[in-house]
Design a protein around this ligand. Structure first.
Ligand code: NAP
Length: 303
């Protein structure tokens, strides 16, 4: 089996010794492909337009945690996304930071600091803040545990409603009840046809007055105009966003200068090249052995 890697040169430099050490074939860049029929795996962010030239391609691996950027693949070609403990931990940390910042009124204090204004607002204990996590996959679960340990009243919402240790889980049909009990909403959902535009006016109307939003899923899940209206109306008091639509967010966008909104430029996590290479090797091994692909993406579900 041979893996074709497309991506930045530093990724190739990290992957080469890891593949060489276990004797797996790695080809870097389409220009280096001598025998297209040898290529069985492709690792990339987005694939080249014509995958038909690789007649024995079995698996495409997204080099990121999401797959929403992937076009439909030819029939018979499976899709996997990179699983890396480092990604989960980094997004978890960003979510913890954002949750604490919003819970402890940082947007307000940053605005005051800009004016040199020394004024306090009564702090509330974490136990009085009901956190609701949309998406209880690898990242949602990784964030739920420490948030609970910090004393937040944590619940989550997922498609299946499968139980998760120590938190209350709402299934897909219970979105209304989930939102009604959520003072601080965290989104770590994958972008699919079901979640595109999900966080909009309807969701904001169902949250308690003065709720806050932490968004680290994908930009296209959030309706930015609805966010602005919810902030203006006081339905939301603040938001912290790592992802926006579009990216980069234009310099003139209202959200940059709104003191209630804090934006980071899609930087919660980056795939570590070594972890990515190890995951790719695990995918090759699973293909060879005919076992479940780590990070397998179900085309129907879209994640
Ligand atoms: P994951 O393990 O696949 O988990 C996805 C979770 O979302 C699951 O709990 C799933 O429910 C739930 N879900 C999916 N569609 C749903 C729907 N329509 N309604 C309700 N729940 C739904 O994904 P992950 O590894 O945690 O990553 C999640 C996303 O985080 C990625 O897709 C990516 O968009 C984003 N991300 C962002 C960054 C960043 O830098 N900001 C970095 C990495 C990832 P079930 O449990 O029922 O399947």
């Amino acid at each position: 089996m041979t893996l074709l890697l497309l991506g930045p040169p530093e990724r190739a430099r990290a992957w080469r010794p890891i593949f060489d050490a276990v004797g797996e074939e790695l080809v870097v860049g389409e220009d280096a492909v001598e025998d297209a029929s040898a290529i069985t795996h492709l690792a990339c962010w987005t694939p080249p337009a014509d995958l038909g030239c690789y007649p024995n391609l079995k698996v495409v691996i997204s080099t990121g945690a999401g797959v929403d950027q992937m076009p439909p693949l030819p029939p018979g070609v499976m899709l996997a996304r990179t699983l890396a403990p480092g990604i989960d931990a980094m997004v978890r940390d960003w979510v913890l930071m954002a949750t604490l910042m919003l819970h402890r009124d940082m947007p307000r204090y940053l605005e005051q600091a800009g004016r040199g204004e020394w004024r306090t607002h009564p702090p509330r204990p974490a136990s009085e803040c009901r956190v609701g996590i949309m998406g209880l996959g690898r990242i949602g679960r990784a964030a739920a545990a420490p948030l609970s340990s910090l004393g937040f009243d944590v619940a989550g919402w997922s498609r299946s409603g499968h139980p998760v240790d120590k938190i209350e889980v709402y299934g897909h049909a219970d979105l209304v009840a989930f939102l009604a009990r959520t003072d601080l909403l965290i989104c770590v959902l994958p972008l699919t046809s079901e979640t595109r535009g999900l966080i909009g006016a309807d969701v904001f109307a169902l949250l308690p007055e003065g709720a806050a939003l932490v968004h680290a899923g994908r930009g296209a899940q959030l309706d930015m105009q609805a966010l602005r209206s919810a902030l203006e109306a006081g339905r939301l008091r603040a938001a912290m966003l790592d992802v926006t639509e579009p990216e980069p967010l234009p310099q003139s966008h209202w959200a940059w200068t709104d003191p209630r909104v804090i934006i980071t430029p899609h930087t919660a996590a980056e795939t570590d090249a070594v972890e990515g290479a190890r995951h790719a090797l695990a995918v090759i091994r699973a293909t060879r052995e005919g076992t479940a692909l780590p990070g397998f993406v179900d085309n129907e579900q879209g994640y």
